[in-house]
Design a protein around this ligand. Structure first.
Ligand SMILES: CC(C)(COP(=O)(O)OP(=O)(O)OC[C@H]1O[C@@H](n2cnc3c(N)ncnc32)[C@H](O)[C@@H]1OP(=O)(O)O)[C@@H](O)C(=O)NCCC(=O)NCCS
Length: 152
């Protein structure tokens, strides 16, 4: 298992992977912008991409923007491994906190984040569009600690 940084050349691959993972995918323009300006990584298993993630980093704060694992590869620990690698990497490079927003209904992602040490610090009412209405976002933080291994 290894983690590699993604560049704009990965755009079509990332779009295809996310389309197999979630009903709420980013647009082509979202990924184009993130691959250009943010930190995007993939987790590879025997050369195959199992998970992709995007973070923005400003000063000593990281923001988890998106993470996706194709449905057929879910519940095998890929997201946890990729996120743990990234959080350790950021901690060892002086980043102090990681923030994220998640749909209140996204039980899988919430369980993943809480397992990794994120805790809720707020909510944004009616933040996300959902069929026929709006849905709240929960805001999470994880305080990062230096010295953890960056092995994937
Ligand atoms: C959320 C997502 C990235 C999790 O990826 P994954 O590789 O399946 O997650 P992991 O196998 O690493 O799971 C780690 C832990 O998270 C929790 N978890 C993950 N999926 C879960 C589910 N469907 N139900 C309950 N808990 C879940 C469990 O605690 C799990 O540990 P366990 O399997 O030992 O019990 C994946 O479901 C996904 O791509 N969803 C669609 C996109 C999305 O919602 N992204 C988040 C946007 S904020």
């Amino acid at each position: 298992m290894s983690v590699e940084r993604l560049s704009h050349e990965a755009l079509d691959r990332v779009l295809a992977l996310e389309a197999e993972s979630s009903p709420y995918c980013w647009s082509r323009a979202d990924w184009q912008s993130s691959l250009k300006s943010d930190d995007c990584f993939e987790l590879l298993n025997e050369g195959q991409t199992m998970a992709v993630v995007a973070f923005s980093v400003v000063f000593d704060e990281a923001n988890l923007l998106n993470i996706a694992v194709p449905v057929q590869a879910q519940r095998r620990g890929y997201a946890r491994q990729l996120l743990q690698y990234c959080l350790n990497h950021y901690a060892n490079n002086g980043i102090k906190h990681c923030f994220l927003e998640v749909r209140r209904s996204n039980a899988a992602a919430i369980a993943l984040y809480e397992k990794l040490g994120f805790s809720v610090i707020g909510e944004r009412k009616n933040y996300y569009p959902v069929t026929g209405g709006r849905e709240d976002a929960l805001v999470y933080i994880c305080r990062l600690q230096q010295g953890e291994s960056e092995d994937a």
